[in-house]
Design a protein around this ligand. Structure first.
Ligand code: UD1
Length: 370
């Protein structure tokens, strides 16, 4: 007996989350296990640049998508609608037995809605995390996706509790760990020094990495310029490497220039980005996923947000919530330079075996309960 699982990807943070699940499914197919789970990799096309998408497929060994919905850029509702319509058409043409979505991007929510309305069950990987901040589209995506999913794969016990509080019964929740960390651990031996590393005379532990792309931080030119000036002035002359997200690039173009010690580079492929992170003095970010990677690599991380859906990176890991007031950056970096940053530990089950746990559970659910 065979069943077909749709694996949905759309935007950059999806690719590393799905890679270990694909790897595990491929392994089982090679071993000729029966009953067997087949997969169809569906790329919505939300991210389409090679630097935001294709490079990740190459480096993480993800097969070419079976289907590309090619939705491209758009407003939140425009993208959501386009993905819903195109994924519904795909399901009408060839129905799958399960729609597996990961993370919290627009593609995650849109495909979950279309699948559930077609009565295709939905499994959500990275379910149950909450920031409580409804101004972020990702929080809405998480809440909607979790409200219509059948099964929930979680990264922490905190996520389990959030789901319990929302009335989800425990038998539908599986605390499996973090697939993004599977990908990181698998790739640690293969990290690649970016070409510019030596050209810019960077040395280990003597530079910073920043990533900023949240609308609240980067969309207003004036406040973004103040933020960059504050970062630049607080890093005591050390170089600051800034891989620039396309959204952020637009604002930087309007500003015309950035402080001298902030070195702008293109969005980096996965192996180069994590090389930079691993050897940085610290990372300054508004990303969620990066705070998980810095936690596992033990690199100090300053999050420029007022909240996080990943509190374990703070309670267990190396992350600190600095907030969105630029004045808070210097005191935090002074503590770092004084050697007073926490060492941090690794959250439970972030051990590189999450993809396997998910596939074992999927086989049980699909072949015994459906
Ligand atoms: C999306 C995700 C966010 C994730 C981020 C990582 C949602 C709601 N947000 O935000 O959670 O952290 O990806 O990158 O899904 N663009 C390009 N090339 C691309 C993709 C986008 O130039 O390949 C441009 C778009 O035209 C747009 C801007 O970048 O102007 C933003 O892209 P969009 O996909 O809307 O959201 P992100 O800000 O990337």
């Amino acid at each position: 007996m065979k069943k077909l699982v749709d694996l949905i990807v759309g935007a950059r943070p999806n690719f590393m989350k799905v890679a270990p699940i694909i790897k595990e499914l491929q392994l089982r197919q090679l071993q000729g296990r029966t009953p067997s789970l087949n997969y169809r990799l569906v790329h919505t096309g939300q991210h389409y640049d090679s630097r935001m998408s294709g490079d990740f497929f190459d480096q993480l060994g993800i097969p070419f998508p079976d289907v590309n919905l090619e939705v491209g850029s758009g407003t939140q509702a425009g993208q959501t609608g386009a993905i819903m319509i195109r994924y519904e058409q795909l399901l009408m043409k060839e129905r799958s037995d399960l729609c597996l979505v990961v993370g919290d991007v627009t593609s995650t929510m849109a495909c979950a809605i279309s699948a559930q309305k077609m009565q295709v069950p939905v499994a959500h990987v990275e379910a149950g995390i909450r920031s409580g901040d409804w101004s972020m589209p990702e929080e809405i995506n998480r809440m909607v996706t979790d409200s219509i999913s059948n099964w929930f794969f979680t990264t922490t016990e905190i996520a389990n509790k959030n789901l319990n509080c929302a009335g989800i019964s425990q038998d539908r929740i599986f605390f499996v760990g973090n697939t993004m960390i599977d990908t990181l651990l698998n790739n640690m031996p293969h990290l690649k020094k970016p070409d510019f590393f030596d050209e810019l005379s960077l040395s280990i532990g003597k530079y910073f990495v920043i990533t900023l792309h949240r609308p609240a931080n980067v969309d207003q030119g004036d406040s973004f310029a103040t933020l960059l000036a504050e970062i630049s002035n607080s890093c005591r002359g050390l170089p600051i490497i800034f891989p620039v997200h396309p959204r952020t690039a637009k604002t930087i173009q309007e500003l015309g220039q950035v402080p001298d010690n902030i070195l702008l580079v293109n969005p980096q492929p996965y192996l180069q980005f994590n090389y930079l992170v691993k050897y940085a003095k610290a990372v300054i970010t508004d990303s969620g996923g990066v705070t998980e990677e810095t936690t596992v690599m033990g690199v100090p991380c300053l999050t420029l947000r007022d909240n996080t859906e990943r509190p374990e990176t703070i309670s267990v890991g190396t992350n600190e919530l600095i907030g969105t007031n630029p004045a808070a950056i210097k005191p935090a970096l002074d503590r770092l330079f004084a050697g007073n940053w926490k060492k941090g530990g690794i959250p439970e089950k972030w051990d590189g075996k999450t993809g396997e746990r998910i596939v074992v559970e999927l086989e049980r659910l699909l072949f015994t309960t459906l």
